[in-house]
Design a protein around this ligand. Structure first.
Ligand SMILES: Cc1cc2nc3c(=O)[nH]c(=O)nc-3n(C[C@H](O)[C@H](O)[C@H](O)COP(=O)(O)OP(=O)(O)OC[C@H]3O[C@@H](n4cnc5c(N)ncnc54)[C@H](O)[C@@H]3O)c2cc1C
Length: 418
């Protein structure tokens, strides 16, 4: 790989942005004998890739049937069959494992490098572009894309103007701008006549898998503490009003913390617990239950549940079946089960599936709509020599390795320069 410019080189391809999809495209094109120039504004390539999956990199999702995999993409599904027929999930496994990076599949089909190190994924991609056909210029932001008719003619950077026969915009989306994805590509899209859809807002409710949550649709609790965990490791807590809905949880507290949960969903399986009595410690809750039981010795648990649970949650704590027979008189409820009840009220468990958003899936979107791209080649329908890869494409998708799989697929297909 060359790191400086040779003025006499005539490039077949300029890749703007050296992230996951840009490296895949550049490596593929160079393997096919094309001379490639990567223009990167950071002083390093793949800055975002290196932090993916909380540093572990959820590289894809082990759903090998492309139809099933793509069924998660909502409206984008029908556009993606063609690129996935060229580079699918199995291709990703083959690509990385043949380059001595064994992969492991974890909960919810999330796939990680066996080493659990995103940097190892980066190193494979770096090796892929490290050949005589690729030139990389770092610290050189592209400022403008020039066009004439239906051709891109050059790109203007801080350090000069570059030309090639073909161009790929691989500048990413707008999330985590400190990694370099500052949405520059979105602006150019507008300038050259493509549509640039705005990224979805990340102030959204959370979708929850647990039935008990959905059963509470319409109920709200004024003050709960919610604590989030990634792969069972505590991450952060917030206290505020919680609203249960038919798909999960909402309310101002949840809407405002959703962006943090979006990040956690990239790191692993996210769960949460609800503390219904954030101002009382576990011992006090246990004592309060004991008092209620003492005052209602001969009543059934079913009849006094509403006195120990927050408003609206009596049936829920019965449904948890800590007291197997709700008709049991409370004087015969064991100390152990009383303790379990108090623990439940301090820590009601739920699993976070996703953020709700456009098309009821989220994470990140925005960018060029697929209706303006020939997805067989990832070529622009407006310009003969312009391609798109990765997060610059407007594709609503879930978390769990789906975003990077899109990068590998679109990068590979665009890199074929058909
Ligand atoms: C915290 C976090 C964790 C994530 N974890 C996962 C995960 O585990 N699994 C998963 O599937 N997805 C994950 N994602 C999403 C995934 O990282 C992205 O989908 C992917 O990195 C997008 O790749 P890209 O090539 O499109 O763009 P990026 O990786 O964003 O790369 C774009 C590149 O373009 C460069 N660039 C931008 N503007 C210019 C310019 N004007 N001139 C020159 N260069 C420019 C940038 O500096 C950058 O290097 C995560 C995202 C985040 C934010």
């Amino acid at each position: 790989m060359k790191t400086d410019i040779n003025g006499s080189v005539e490039y077949d391809l300029i890749v703007i942005g050296g992230g996951a999809s840009g490296m895949m495209a550049a490596g593929t094109a160079s393997t096919n004998g094309k001379r490639v120039l990567i223009l990167e504004k950071n002083d390093e390539l793949g800055k975002k890739l290196k932090i993916t999956g909380g540093g572990r990199c959820n590289i894809t999702n082990a759903t090998f049937d492309s139809r099933e995999f793509l069924s998660k993409f909502g409206k984008a599904e029908k556009f993606l069959h063609s690129p996935f027929s060229q580079f699918d999930v199995q291709s990703t496994f083959d690509f990385f494992e043949s380059r001595k990076l064994p992969l492991v599949t974890e909960a919810m089909n999330r796939v990680f490098p066996e080493s659990q190190r995103a940097i190892d994924v980066f190193n494979v991609m770096y090796d892929y572009i490290d050949n005589k056909n690729v030139t990389v210029i770092k610290n050189n932001p592209v400022l403008k894309i020039n066009k004439s008719g239906n051709k891109i003619t050059s790109v203007k950077t801080e350090r000069g103007t570059y030309t090639a026969h073909n161009y790929i915009i691989a500048t990413g989306g707008a999330s985590h701008p400190e990694t370099g994805s500052t949405g520059d590509g979105f602006k150019w899209l507008g300038d050259i006549g493509h549509t640039a859809n705005k990224p979805a807002p990340n102030i959204v409710p959370l979708r929850i898998a647990d039935k008990w949550v959905k059963n509470l649709a319409g109920t709200s609790i004024d003050s709960v503490k919610i604590t989030f965990y990634v792969d069972s490791k505590k991450s952060f807590s917030e206290t505020g009003k919680l609203l249960f809905t038919h798909f999960g949880i909402s309310g101002p507290m949840i809407l405002n913390l959703a962006h943090k949960v979006a990040d956690l969903l990239h790191e692993g399986s996210v769960t949460a617990t609800i503390d219904c009595y954030p101002n009382l410690d576990l011992g006090t809750v246990e004592n309060n239950i004991l008092q209620v039981f003492d005052q209602n010795k001969n009543k059934s648990f079913k009849n006094i549940a509403k006195e120990i649970a927050p408003l609206g949650l009596a049936d829920t704590i019965i449904d948890f079946q800590i007291i197997p027979d709700p008709r049991e008189k409370v004087h015969s409820v064991s100390k152990e089960n009383r303790k379990k009840l108090s623990q439940l009220l301090k820590s009601m468990p739920m699993t976070i599936q996703d953020l709700m958003g456009l098309d009821r899936a989220v994470v990140s979107d925005g960018g060029v709509p697929l209706t303006e791209v020939d997805t067989k080649t990832m070529k622009s329908k407006l310009f003969d020599n312009l391609y798109f890869t990765g997060d610059i494409l407007h594709i609503n998708r879930p978390t769990g390795g789906y975003s990077l799989q899109l990068c590998w697929t679109t990068g590979y297909v665009a890199g074929q320069l058909q």
